[in-house]
Design a protein around this ligand. Structure first.
Ligand SMILES: Cc1ncc(COP(=O)(O)O)c(C=O)c1O
Length: 397
């Protein structure tokens, strides 16, 4: 029985008797050259995902604008690849993200800023930089209005009002959270913008992470609501649908992908004649990344076979923080038969520092390498130096 679930092998990632390779490069050799833990990214895969998304919107005849959510992965070669696409902007959520986007070559008007709980210091920075903001509190509207010329355009971020993220996972659903204006606060927000001398020319929503096909109808409900609010804005030019697509962590996952998104957007928002914007992170980079770690401990304790590795939740926190599954493959023997269930734990002094429990894997020995995937989004960008176990190593192919 193969340990490689067919869902993630392919598209640059190959599982063969000789071992795992990514874009033709052996992961074993890359680890030997650069050390572990090591994030390996396929830039070709990032470009393919951008091409697919662009083609999906273009084929609907919809005016559209793509922004890459750089919070997903800000490794310089990844940002340079997005820049190289030419027609993709950046979604930034902090002054430093904005500054990094500018450093990478993006003009201020190619960057869409959507941030929450903005300080005066943040607003001063964005005003000085001529940034365009999507705002989600009356406080931020009032304070932004005092800093920018009358007539400055802003976006309003709305709460999506439904639980739509990955399996309605509480940490991944954005309905009725700290983000955005509630639907019944829309009029007050528009009024506050007018009073502050600002013009609302766009709407924004981000529905959560990992939206699956089964929740597509909820996504469409949000789009229809947005269309209704947009019709009430005389100056509306665009509607930004945020991100939330493309997350696949298990064979059974069935994420909404570019085609369905563009099709639904065309149906609900097309008649308005507005530009449909989106700002995906996961969809563009998650499947383009793999994390290679080294096994340092194989030991049974109270009936559990523990596999200890040289990375912890400081390097990749999907499992520990969100409780999300991580796929694990043997780098040298990806096709070897399953030997039994093991639990894979990291090297951080926290009891929740566990990548997988009772996962069927082939026989593993100390010194072996494992690949954790997908690992292109929210891996290195959320890494920390907890226990002084950082920083992470990253390479781009
Ligand atoms: C406002 C906003 N836009 C876009 C994204 C990107 O989301 P995803 O990686 O699910 O595409 C996020 C992620 O948290 C976000 O908060």
């Amino acid at each position: 029985m193969s340990t490689i679930p067919a869902w993630w092998a392919g598209n640059g990632l190959r599982a063969e008797a000789a071992g795992l390779s990514f874009d033709g490069r052996s992961l074993r050799e890359l680890a030997a050259e650069h050390g572990t833990p090591l994030y390996v990214y396929s830039l070709a895969k990032v470009r393919r995902r951008v091409d697919e998304l662009r083609a999906a919107f273009a084929s609907r005849g919809l005016p559209f604008r793509l922004y890459y959510a750089m919070k997903a992965n800000r490794f310089r070669p990844v940002l340079a690849t997005i820049r190289g696409c030419g027609d993709v902007g950046i979604d930034a959520c902090s002054p430093r993200e904005f500054a990094l986007a500018r450093e990478t070559g993006f003009a201020a008007d190619e960057i869409s800023v959507t941030a929450s709980m903005l300080s005066d210091r943040d607003l001063d920075f964005f005003a000085a930089e001529g940034a365009g903001l999507n705002l989600d509190s009356l406080s931020a509207i009032r304070r932004w209005g005092r800093r920018v010329p009358r007539g400055t355009a802003i976006g309003l971020r709305l709460d999506c009002a439904v639980d739509i993220g990955y399996g309605s996972h509480p940490k991944l659903a954005y309905g009725n959270t700290k983000f955005g204006f509630a639907h019944d606060a829309f009029d007050a927000a528009v009024e506050a913008a007018g009073a502050a001398g600002l013009v609302v020319d766009r709407l924004h929503v981000h529905c959560g992470w990992g939206i699956q096909r089964g929740a597509l109808h909820k996504l469409e409900w949000v789009m229809e609501k947005l269309a209704g609010f947009a019709r009430r804005l005389p100056d509306v030019r665009s509607v930004n649908l945020g991100g939330g697509l493309g997350a696949r962590r298990r064979a059974v996952d069935d994420p909404v992908m570019a085609e369905e998104w563009a099709e639904a957007a065309a149906r609900h928002l097309g008649p308005l004649g507005v530009t449909v914007a989106c700002e995906p992170g996961t969809l563009l980079v998650d499947a383009a990344g793999v994390l290679v770690v080294e096994v340092n401990t194989v030991e049974e304790k109270s009936g559990t076979v523990w596999i200890g590795v040289d990375a912890g939740h400081n390097v990749n926190l999907y499992a520990a923080h969100y409780g999300l599954p991580v796929e694990i493959a043997h780098v040298d023997r990806p096709l070897a038969p399953v030997a039994g269930p093991v639990s894979v734990a990291g090297n951080i002094n926290e009891s929740n520092d566990i990548f997988a429990r009772d996962l069927p894997l082939p026989a593993i020995e100390e010194g072996d390498l494992l690949a954790l995937l997908p690992a292109g989004a929210y891996g290195s960008s959320m890494a920390s130096d907890h226990c002084l176990r950082g920083p992470v190593r990253e390479i781009a192919l």
